[in-house]
Design a protein. Structure first.
Lengths: 116, 118
């Protein structure tokens, strides 16, 4: 079975400092991994995705993530936090199901707070 | 291009009642998925519809059901509401022809319908 574990439920940074949101995954096959962001009272937006191409994936708003198979990790980083980055972030793995198709399995989320 | 539209945005029901939520996907998207989001359980997959057929289903009781119309609009229904059904219900659409966008991860989410059960 596939699963994701987000190692921190809450991360606080100062504006202009680096951001690191950690995610470990479990998958019995080569996974597709994603990061989504959810701003308060909004739907989710895809930040970036890994689908077995380059291991370093660049996303929107300056975020990037590195797929490390040996560590089963897919951590999300940003060199310099901005106030507008404050939101909840979800690490996601695709789950292959017994019937046709797949579904997305979401981590529990990491709330990112950014202070000025 | 209009995004995914969910109605109503907020609603309050009492235990035992039933509720219907609506989702209009992005024009041209044929796959619609539903997720339940709660503080305790996080985001959980409910079901996915593609071309009016339920293609995938999560681990929810039969009180949760859905359907999709020929124009790809989808509804989900929860009968005999329980307090634990209070949640944000998110709809997502995808242009994926295979599996609700799961391989590509490119799901486009609406802003959700927040259901409170009293």
């Amino acid at each position: 079975a596939q699963s994701v574990t987000q190692l921190d439920s809450h991360v606080s940074v100062s504006e202009g400092t680096p951001v690191l949101l950690r995610c470990n995954y479990s998958s019995s096959y080569s996974p597709s991994l994603f990061w989504y962001v959810q701003h308060p009272n909004k739907g989710l937006q895809l930040l970036l995705k890994y689908t077995s191409a380059a291991t370093l994936v660049k996303g929107i708003n300056g975020f990037e993530a590195e797929f490390k198979k040996s560590e089963t990790s897919f951590h999300l980083t940003k060199p310099s936090a901005h106030m507008s980055d404050a939101a909840e972030y979800f690490c996601v793995v695709s789950q292959r199901r017994s019937q046709a198709g797949t579904a997305l399995i979401f981590g529990k989320g990491t709330t990112l707070s950014v202070s000025s | 291009k209009a995004g995914v539209t969910q109605t109503p945005r907020y609603l309050i029901k009492t235990r035992g009642q039933q509720v219907t939520l609506s989702c209009s996907p992005i024009s041209g998207h044929r796959s619609v998925s539903w997720y339940q989001q709660t503080p305790g359980q996080g985001l959980q997959f409910l079901f996915e519809y593609f071309s009016e057929t339920q293609r995938n289903k999560g681990n929810f009781p039969g009180r949760f059901s859905g359907r999709q119309f020929s124009n790809s609009r989808s509804e989900m229904n929860v009968s005999t509401l329980e307090l634990g059904d209070s949640a944000l219900y998110l709809c997502a659409s995808s242009s994926s022809l295979t599996s609700g966008g799961a391989e590509t991860g490119e799901l486009f989410f609406g802003e959700g319908s927040r259901l409170t059960v009293l």
